[in-house]
Design a protein around this ligand. Structure first.
Ligand SMILES: *Cc1c(COP(=O)(O)O)cnc(C)c1O
Length: 508
């Protein structure tokens, strides 16, 4: 019998039980390829590495293509050199700083570079900045809120005042991790609410919410809904006045998850960072415009006064005490390594070049979107020319028999993943589409996208409303079905928060 026998593997095995060769020579000709893959219980027997790898690989092909995922802020492209470094270090646990002192050094260098990029006031050019690497901005924000809560409690105790009912003042358009932080840390959420056409916090109305129990005011540098930057400098000014009135010492945390690595390069004169007097801490996602793969964020503080001792754990590292302030213990080292590679490789000039290109592509896309149907079809919901993140958010202003969700569905049939979502609480009657322009979304890819967007609109214009309604219902049912079978809550436009609180969040 030759190798290319077409007799199925199972039958060949029955005929020649000693020919194990047949079950391992080809993946899809093997007996395993004709069997179910275990879903609930681990199989008793092992399978050849090549077969297992192929099966996992094939299952993952069902995922969307990250390069066409215009919903996400998270990096989908890094250079081969970065990937190689990351693979080389996959077996290192970041927390073992004593065994891997170079990792500690690399983290400190990154913290120092980021703090200086954000204009942290440092005594001299060799001063060590205060900050940590985290899994993402969410961990950074939870840590920053924890530090602020402890600091507030200490001040209140020292003054003989109650430490009950701490609150955070923020725009209701915050990313979901702020609600997480508030609930996990038992801090009241005090919201400024958006209204039609007003999506960035009004500094005065926001500061009006501050009281003696406010542990932190959140300012957003890069709203996930519209990409807009909140007016941190004005919030700071008004907060100083408020602090004098109340005799309080409230500070601002800037959520620069996506704007932190954009604004310094495309809008260097914007005052949003430690140059603003009342900013005590800042987070940024290394895996968004920091240009590292998913799994790294940063939290930096103005100085050590904002990190109460009770929340710091000191571990001895090569004879020197190393302060640890994280939620996780073990974690991968490779994302921090990827981040450090990007800082070395790109320098400020490299980041500036990339961010400027992204801005140009976003501006081009915004102009093309507005031009569709001679300007009667869409209205932009984002800033342009570097005044916000390099993203394009828009809504239908024409009277159409389909909505933004129908456009998103149709684009999906071309492979594009573009989120349609409703605006922040109290403005949720507004629906939006949003394209996040990332490093690998080049002008050329953008042109292809514009063509497909125009095709989608032509198609929907010609489709009777009954059919559009039918497709919308079908997709709702599909979503319900897949939620049921997967038993996982996916974070997208219909996430759990909407169910609980009638809120929706833009995807990130
Ligand atoms: C993405 C994002 C977050 C959460 O960041 P992760 O790095 O995904 O944890 C928080 N705030 C804003 C404004 C964001 O865009």
């Amino acid at each position: 019998m030759g190798f290319l026998s077409t007799v199925p593997a199972t039958e060949r095995l029955e005929a020649h039980p000693d020919h194990e060769h047949y079950i391992s020579s080809t993946v899809y000709g093997s007996a395993l390829a004709a069997e179910e893959i275990p879903r609930f219980e681990m199989a008793e027997e092992e399978m050849p590495a090549r077969v297992a790898a192929r099966f996992v690989h094939d299952e993952l092909l069902m995922d969307g293509n990250p390069a066409l995922n215009l919903a996400s802020f998270v990096t989908t492209y890094m250079e081969e050199e970065a990937e190689k470094l990351m693979v080389e270090n996959l077996s290192k646990n970041f927390i073992d700083l004593e065994e891997y002192p170079a990792l500690g050094e690399i983290e400190s260098r990154c913290v120092n570079m980021i703090a200086r990029l954000f204009n942290a006031p440092l005594d001299n050019k060799d001063a060590e900045a205060v900050g940590v690497s985290t899994i993402g901005s969410s961990e950074a924000i939870i840590l920053s809120c924890l530090a602020a809560k402890k600091r507030w409690q200490n001040l209140r105790k020292a003054a003989g005042k109650s430490t009950e009912h701490p609150n955070i003042v923020m725009n209701a358009a915050v990313q979901v991790c702020w609600e997480k932080a508030a609930r996990y840390l038992e801090v009241e959420e005090k919201y400024w609410y958006c209204s039609q056409g007003k999506y960035l916090a009004d500094p005065k109305e926001m500061i009006d919410l501050v009281d003696e129990n406010t542990i932190l005011v959140c300012g957003i540098l890069g709203s996930t809904y519209t990409g807009g930057y909140e007016n941190i400098a004005e919030i700071s000014k008004l907060l100083e006045v408020k602090n004098k009135q109340l005799g309080t010492d409230v500070w601002i945390h800037v959520d620069a998850a996506s704007g932190g690595f954009v604004a310094p390069f495309t809008n260097p004169n914007l005052l949003w960072d430690f140059r603003v007097p009342r900013v005590c801490s800042i987070n940024a996602s290394g895996h968004k415009y920091g240009l590292s793969y998913a799994g790294v964020g940063w939290a930096v503080w103005r100085n050590t006064n904002f990190l109460p001792k009770e929340i710091l754990f000191t571990v001895n590292y090569l004879g020197a005490p190393q302060v640890s302030f994280t939620l996780n213990f073990s974690k991968s080292a490779v994302q921090v390594i990827g981040q450090y590679y990007q800082f070395l490789r790109l320098g400020k000039g490299g980041y500036r070049a990339i961010m400027t290109n992204l801005q140009k592509t976003a501006d081009y896309l915004a102009e093309e979107v507005v031009r569709i149907q001679d300007g009667t079809m869409f209205e932009l919901m984002c800033e342009m020319r570097g005044k916000g993140l390099p993203l394009v958010a828009w809504r239908i202003k024409a009277d159409k028999h389909y909505d933004e969700f129908a456009i998103a569905r149709h684009l999906r049939s071309r492979g594009w993943i573009v989120p349609a979502y409703t605006m922040a609480p109290h403005a949720e009657q507004t629906k939006l589409l949003r394209v996040v322009v990332r490093e690998d979304f080049s002008r050329h890819r953008c042109e292809v996208f514009v063509r497909d967007l125009k095709d989608a609109i032509d198609f929907l214009d010609k489709t009777p409303s009954e059919i559009i309604q039918h497709l919308a219902n079908a997709s709702k049912n599909n979503a319900k079905q897949s939620h049921k079978s997967a038993k996982v809550k996916h974070h997208h436009e219909h996430d759990s928060l909407q169910a609980k609180h009638g809120k929706t969040h833009g995807v990130c």
